[in-house]
Design a protein around this ligand. Structure first.
Ligand code: NDP
Ligand code: GDR
Length: 335
């Protein structure tokens, strides 16, 4: 009998790679999708057409009755909870829906699973944003939560609840404390995808200018296909735990952009500072990048870099694509 997995957020970056991985491993895969006015299945369409064991079910995260019915019908062995409003900057503009989808919806799903005769193993996609501006770097599973944006607060709430349900109800629940992970399937308004897509268009002749916010912001960037492997491994172990899932490296937005342009054969020359900073092509002197204050956040997390020793030692997971190599990988696949 093949294992049955249910994925919330299957149409997203991680959901699509995870569905691929599970299908390769022989799972029967079920995914939750929400109704939208435009069909939004581009990332998983290739899995549907191959006639694999993939079934989709309509349910918004706020629709508790439908979710409960789906869980009762499918009786999954494993549940990967990946859905939610995932843009940190946007969470300042839409805090209420972000918190409803990320925090309250997770509570609802925990309650549904708690009531099942055989609760599935439950993976919760927590985030490095729970640490906000941490006192120490790199962070471990013991680093205190100090979120600095509505998204981080909601993820911290949900991660704490997951710990409580694990301890209080004996459920198999894992918090994956995920650091940034990217791919060609990344949403267009995340900084890495915005950079590589613009570079790709410029190298094909576009005359646009790449506009960014804080160039000195640093992130621990990894590669999504490797991260979904980590996610899967956490549910195969004999004990549920929390895991930092990170590369342990740190790269600035500036260096990510320099690397992406360099991959396209362009060397950037920077001038100015702060909101007036810009960069030109060192040969043609054409402006290719400039700072736009519109993309700054009211408060930005920093010092986010993860120590993934626990998952490396316990589950043997070690990422190979890190930092600026992620930019190269994304550009390779976009071309
Ligand atoms: P995406 O934004 O690519 O995907 C989010 C998914 O959630 C989509 O399938 C989206 O559906 C679905 N979704 C959003 N709101 C609802 C809702 N109200 N009801 C039902 N479905 C909904 O995110 P990622 O794949 O990058 O990330 C997966 C999870 O991991 C997220 O929870 C994110 O916060 C978390 N995370 C991600 C990190 C990263 O670097 N990628 C790092 C740390 C945490 P639709 O396609 O219809 O919009
Ligand atoms: P992040 O990713 O907020 O870390 O959340 P994002 O790519 O949005 O920002 C990374 C850093 O780049 C800076 N930045 C810009 N960001 C965007 N989006 N657009 C810009 O133009 C820009 N210029 C500079 C940001 O200020 C920030 O410092 C991602 C998401 O996947 C979350 O769901 C996840 O929880 C965290 O990673 C870990």
């Amino acid at each position: 009998m093949s294992k049955r997995a249910l994925i919330s957020g299957i149409t997203g970056q991680d959901g699509s790679y995870l569905a691929e991985l599970l299908l390769e491993k022989g799972y029967e895969v079920h995914g939750l999708v929400r109704r939208s006015s435009q069909f939004n299945r581009a990332r998983i369409e290739h899995l549907r057409s191959e006639g694999k064991k993939l079934e989709l079910h309509y349910a918004d995260l706020g629709d508790q009755t439908t979710l409960r019915r789906i869980f009762n019908k499918i009786e999954p062995d494993e549940f990967y909870h990946l859905a939610g409003q995932s843009h940190v900057g946007l969470s300042f503009e839409i805090p209420e829906s972000t918190v409803a989808e990320t925090a309250i919806a997770t509570l609802g799903l925990l309650e549904i699973c708690r009531d099942l005769k055989n609760p599935p193993r439950f993976f919760h996609a927590a985030s490095s944003e729970v640490f906000g501006v941490p006192a120490d770097s790199p962070q471990t599973e013991e680093t205190p939560f100090r979120p600095v944006n509505p998204y981080g607060c909601a993820k911290a709430f949900a991660a704490n609840l997951c710990k409580v349900y694990r301890q209080a109800h004996g459920m198999f629940i894992v918090n994956g404390i995920l650091y940034n992970h990217e791919s060609p399937r990344r949403g267009e308004n995340f900084v890495t995808k915005k950079i590589v897509s613009t570079v790709a268009r410029i190298s094909r002749g576009s005359d646009e200018i790449l506009e960014l916010g804080n160039l000195d912001s640093e992130r621990d960037w990894g590669y999504a296909p490797e991260f979904v492997d980590a996610i899967w491994r956490t549910l195969q172990h004999n004990k549920a735990d929390d895991y930092i899932i990170a590369t342990g490296t740190s790269t600035t937005v500036r260096n990510f952009a320099i690397s992406a342009f360099s991959r396209a054969g362009i060397t950037l020359e920077f001038s100015g500072s702060g909101e007036n900073e810009k960069a030109v092509d060192s040969k043609s002197k054409r402006v290719l990048l400039r700072v736009n204050p519109k993309f700054f956040r009211p408060v930005d997390s920093h010092l986010l870099m993860g120590d993934a020793s626990r998952i490396r030692q316990t589950l043997g997971w070690k990422p190979s694509v890190t930092g600026i190599l992620v930019a190269k990988e994304m550009l390779n696949e976009l071309e």
